[in-house]
Design a protein. Structure first.
Length: 585
């Protein structure tokens, strides 16, 4: 029985002969058809790349090695593309993914006739100084098999006579900030039977650009390889691999590469020159800190829960969930936070329920009519057993929320409307003011903490509402339910400071990255903002002495005691002054 390779070669020879007879082949470019499903073999045999640099398990030390991430990740990536599947790779730094991308570009051009390969990155130097530099180093070996192939800056043409058509070619273009329209226009021209899109530094690519690239792929053999060092679970790379609930995206093979699995580390030898070394890895671990956020992403290739500039940290939500059953946080009146939607097949509405400083639950609802949703809110707020004071009900009245608010008005319920674009609410940070207390001359507790005028801190009311939730979580003031979807909503927005004011990322941008509206997060921060915040004086009032007698003027006694202390202090000062004079000073 002839082998599979022999059968493939005979099929290729027959195809070449057929094309010669009908005048479709001039003999100038012969694709390597037999390697279409064997990219690893092609890279080893045609580009002369040592196989152990691609199949890491062939190196010494792997017999007993416990893989920290995917075993043989390079081979897994190549296997996914050979099977006609998209692939997303979250990698540690210095593991050779850029060199791999260069090899894949050349394999694609070599094996698929009239194919197009497009390399994309947020910055120009990420392409020309990295991927295309590696391609340039490998191109002489590639040209030995394809003498007519031509390489220019950011372009390879298999048939130079087809200049301008970009058919059977590889190219590079940048998709930086603000380039989404330009990239979308370019993406519309990326149509071919065999199309491969490679995105380098994918976490830095805008989600709108990723969507444009997805829409331009029409044929079954239009593939996408996304590479990069993970930033967080809402970045473009992680979202390419997983949906908003953390489930793998259909048709996408996810690969994670850890520095601890690299042959230079496992074998304690320089198997791959230029890649991560033993001492360099030790230095990074010491600098980043074992188990830190950057340690997980840059050394292990694990995508953190939130971005570096995230407004709210995942760990704060976890800690808040541990306080959820603590009765101390449920001491206070009820409150509600309402986020409205009226799309039965799209975004959901949500209600957060609060008791004191505890968010007891956040429930999402499919709503067909915002007015009907207003009736639901009214019924809950006026429940005879657990009524909610309208002062402690917050709702966003913009857009579809207006119908809900109008219905509530008709029913006689006027609650707090939170216009996100409005100015911050005047006042001071009550919790910060009461963070420190003292007893005054009359024995009463008074706040002595910092006085911060909130209108001077925030760009708008939305920023004020979200920042207050951030500080409450950071300082452990509130409790949350164990709801990871809620935590994801809370940890997605980022923030920055402009002209000295805090500005939280817009909801539209959050929706683009999260791929849904953060309805639970919005409802939660609304409820937290409107809940009663006046500290309970009984929690800070000092206990009276046992021998304290009613109707006794303790205020006068305290004043006399303070006066006596001042007199004694003055006497000590005068005494020290005369002592210095007596010593001749």
């Amino acid at each position: 029985m002839p082998s599979e390779t022999e059968i493939t070669r005979k099929m290729v020879a027959a195809e070449m002969e057929r094309r010669q007879r009908v005048g479709l082949w001039s003999g100038s470019v012969i694709p390597h058809y037999e390697y279409q499903t064997r990219p690893l073999d092609w890279i080893v045999e045609k580009l002369l790349v040592p196989r152990p640099t691609l199949e890491w398990s062939l190196n010494p030390g792997y017999e007993t090695h416990q893989w920290d991430a995917d075993p043989d990740p390079i081979a897994k990536i190549l296997g996914a593309l050979a099977d006609g599947k998209d692939c997303g790779c979250e990698s540690a730094t210095g593991t050779g993914k850029t060199f791999l991308a260069a090899c894949i570009v050349l394999w694609w051009l070599a094996c698929f006739e009239d194919s197009i390969c497009s390399t994309i990155a947020p910055k120009e130097d990420q392409l020309l100084k990295h991927v295309w530099k590696e391609i340039g180093d490998l191109f002489p070996r590639f040209q030995e098999h394809f003498p007519l192939a031509e390489m220019l800056t950011g372009v390879i043409r298999m048939k130079p006579q087809d200049t301008g058509r970009e058919k059977w070619a590889a190219s590079a273009f940048v998709c930086g900030v603000g380039a989404s329209e330009e990239v979308a226009t370019k993406a519309q021209g990326l149509h071919a039977e065999h199309l491969l899109i490679i995105t380098e530094e994918t976490p830095g690519i805008h989600m709108a650009i990723m969507e444009a690239l997805h829409q331009t792929r029409t044929d079954d053999h239009n593939l996408h390889l996304a590479l990069g060092n993970p930033d967080h679970q809402q970045d473009a790379l992680h979202r390419f691999c997983f949906d908003e609930k953390g489930k793998p995206m259909p048709g996408v093979v996810h690969v994670r590469i850890s520095a601890f699995d690299h042959p230079n580390i496992v074998s304690q030898q320089r198997i791959v020159p230029g890649a991560i070394g033993v001492q360099r890895l030790k230095d990074r671990i010491e600098r980043l800190g074992q188990g830190s956020r950057l340690f997980e992403s840059r050394i292990r290739g694990i995508s953190p829960k939130e971005a570096t500039d995230a407004l709210i940290k995942w760990d704060w939500c976890v800690a808040a969930a541990e306080r959820w059953a603590d009765p101390e946080f449920r001491d206070g009146p009820l409150a509600l936070g309402v986020d409205v939607a009226d799309s039965p097949s799209g975004d959901k509405a949500a209600i957060s329920r609060w008791q004191g400083a505890c968010c007891t639950e956040v429930t999402a609802y499919t709503v067909e009519d915002a007015s009907i949703f207003g009736i639901q809110v009214f019924n809950e707020a006026t429940d005879k057993d657990n009524p909610v004071d309208p002062r402690y009900i917050g709702i966003d009245p913009v857009g579809v929320g207006a119908s809900t608010v109008n219905k509530l008005r008709e029913l006689g319920l006027r609650l707090r409307r939170l216009f996100g674009s409005a100015r911050a609410v005047p006042g001071i940070d009550v919790d910060l003011l009461w963070s420190e207390t003292d007893v005054n001359m009359e024995g009463r507790i008074q706040p002595t903490g910092p006085t911060v005028v909130e209108t001077e801190r925030y760009d708008n009311l939305r920023s004020q509402v979200w920042w207050r939730a951030r500080e409450d979580l950071r300082l452990g003031r509130i409790a949350l339910p164990p709801d990871e979807e809620l935590w994801q909503d809370l940890c997605t927005p980022s923030y920055e400071t402009k002209d000295g004011k805090i500005q939280v990322e817009s909801k539209e941008t959050v929706i683009t990255r999260l791929r849904r509206s953060p309805n639970k997060g919005d409802a939660c921060v609304y409820g937290n903002f409107v809940r009663r915040r006046t500290p309970s004086t009984r929690q800070v009032r000092p206990k009276l002495p046992v021998d304290r007698v009613p109707n006794r003027d303790y205020g006068l006694e305290r004043r006399l005691a303070i006066h006596e202390k001042r007199v004694k202090a003055e006497e000590r000062r005068i005494k020290r002054m005369y002592e210095r004079k007596g010593r001749g000073r």
